[in-house]
Design a protein around this ligand. Structure first.
Ligand code: CU
Length: 106
């Protein structure tokens, strides 16, 4: 199952993820990322799933990691491949109280 998900992602991104990489699902119900603290490894993929009833977003303000995955309507998903070790914050541009921390180990 893990291999299948990575294969699908690799096709979408035009890149193959390392065979050992994992996918970590982050949900958004109740305007909160779950989990709020994410420990991952380089090469892993975060799959943000909006299982809430209102739009959310994934925005990374941390220098060196900055990215905006855009608005996610309910049921929409967005993925982020972790290519760099370190720590960064995730926040929703629509709800400033909605944050998560990601720690990426090599
Ligand atoms: Cu939000």
């Amino acid at each position: 199952m893990r291999g299948f998900a990575l294969l699908a992602l690799g096709g979408a991104m035009g890149l193959a993820a390392p065979a050992s990489a994992e996918e970590i699902v982050v949900k958004m119900a109740g305007s909160a990322y779950a989990p709020e603290v994410i420990e991952a490894r380089m090469g892993d993929t975060l799959r943000f799933v909006n299982d809430d009833t209102i739009p959310h977003n994934v925005f990374v303000p941390t220098a060196g990691y900055a990215i905006d995955l855009g608005k996610q309507d309910p049921a929409a998903e967005a993925t982020l491949v972790l290519r760099q070790a370190g720590a960064f914050e995730v926040e929703c541009v629509f709800h400033d109280f909605m944050t998560a921390k990601v720690e990426v180990t090599p």
